[in-house]
Design a protein around this ligand. Structure first.
Ligand code: ADP
Ligand code: MG
Length: 280
C-alpha cells in the first residue's frame, strides 16, 4: 500500500468564508494542521469557532474557499472549475473519518455506554457485534470507564458521559478529532478528568486534533499551536509560549478576561461549598 506523503497536512483550511444570510461568520480563514498535531482554538463567544469546526466536518456549507481532510476535498468536488456539493453518501463517508465531540455530550440516552460505542461501528462500518463489543471494552478502558459498560447515560456524571462520547468517537478510528468546548458544560471538579483523557490521546496515540477550549493550562501543556479567532478571522497564531505574552492587543485583552474569570470562579467557590447538592 502506498502511504500518504509525510508532509501532507491532515487538515488544510484555505481562505474559508461562511455566511448565514447576510452575516459573514468566517471571513477568510486559512491554516494547516499537520498529522499528529494538536491545535487549540480560542476566541470570544460568537467569533466563529464552532462554525469553523462544523465546516471542517461539512455540517455547514461554505461560500468560498476549500477544506481538505487527509488530502481529500471536504463536502465538494470540482467540476469544470466550480465546486459542486458532494453526494450525501460521500459526505457521510468523509464524516465517518472525523470524530466530533460536542460541548453537550450528545449520547443516545436510551442506549447503555457500550451500546453507544458499538452503534455506529456495527451499523455504519458493518463490524460484527461481537468484535464491536470487544473494541468498545478496550475504548472504555482507555477513557477509564471499563466498569461502566452497562450504565445508562443518565446514571453517569457529566465527566463520565463526555468520556463515553470521546470513546464513541474513537471507535470509528478517526483521522482527526474535533473537540468543541468539551469541558465547558461540566462542573469545575469534572473538567480535569476529561482534559486528562484528551491529553492521554494526544500523547500516546498521536491523534491529530483541533480543540476549542479556554482551558489555557491544558493548551499550554498539550497544544503544538494556538489560534486566536475574533470576528471570523484568525487574529494571532503561534506556539503556546507566544500566548504568555501575545503580540496582538485583541489577544491580550481576551486572555486577560479569560484569566480574570477563572480567578473569580476560584474566589467564589471555596472547596467546602455545597457538599450535598446544588445539582439537585
Ligand atoms: P463561537 O463558537 O465562537 O461562539 P459560533 O460559530 O457558534 O461562534 O457563531 C458565530 C456567529 O454565527 C454568531 O454570531 C452566531 O450567532 C452565528 N451563527 C451560528 N450558527 C448560526 C446559524 N445556524 N444561523 C445563523 N447564525 C448562526
Ligand atoms: Mg461555540
Amino acid at each position: 500500500m502506498i502511504d500518504r506523503a509525510p508532509d501532507r497536512p491532515t487538515v488544510r483550511v484555505e481562505d474559508v468564508h461562511k455566511r448565514f444570510g447576510r452575516l459573514e461568520v468566517l471571513r477568510g480563514i486559512s491554516f494547516d494542521v499537520a498529522r499528529g498535531e494538536v491545535v487549540v482554538v480560542i476566541g470570544p463567544s460568537g467569533s466563529g469557532k464552532s462554525t469553523l469546526l462544523r465546516c471542517i466536518n461539512h455540517l455547514e456549507k461554505i461560500q468560498q474557499g476549500r477544506i481538505y481532510v487527509d488530502g481529500e476535498l471536504v463536502g465538494y468536488r470540482v467540476e469544470n472549475g466550480n465546486l459542486k456539493e458532494e453526494s450525501e453518501a460521500r459526505i457521510a463517508r468523509q464524516r465517518s473519518r472525523v470524530g466530533f465531540v460536542f460541548q453537550r455530550f450528545n449520547l443516545f440516552q436510551h442506549l447503555s455506554a457500550i451500546e453507544n460505542l458499538t452503534e455506529a461501528p456495527v451499523h455504519v462500518l458493518g463490524l460484527s457485534p461481537r468484535l464491536a463489543r470487544e473494541q468498545a471494552r478496550e475504548m472504555l478502558s482507555v477513557v477509564g470507564l471499563e466498569d461502566k459498560a452497562r450504565a445508562m447515560p443518565a446514571q453517569l456524571s457529566g465527566g463520565q458521559q463526555q468520556r463515553v462520547a470521546i470513546a464513541r468517537a474513537l471507535m470509528m478510528n478517526p483521522k482527526l478529532m474535533l473537540f468543541d468546548e468539551p469541558t465547558s458544560a461540566l462542573d469545575p471538579e469534572l473538567v480535569g478528568e476529561v482534559l486528562k483523557v484528551i491529553k492521554y490521546l494526544a500523547r500516546t496515540t498521536g491523534m491529530t486534533m483541533i480543540v476549542v477550549t479556554h482551558e489555557m493550562d491544558f493548551a499550554a501543556d498539550v497544544a503544538n499551536r494556538i489560534l486566536f479567532m475574533d470576528g471570523g478571522v484568525v487574529v494571532e497564531e503561534g506556539p503556546p509560549a507566544q500566548f504568555d505574552n501575545p503580540r496582538e492587543p485583541r489577544t491580550r485583552e481576551f486572555l486577560r478576561r479569560v484569566l480574570q474569570r477563572d480567578g473569580a470562579e476560584e474566589e467564589t467557590e471555596p472547596d467546602k461549598l455545597d457538599v450535598n447538592g446544588g445539582s439537585q
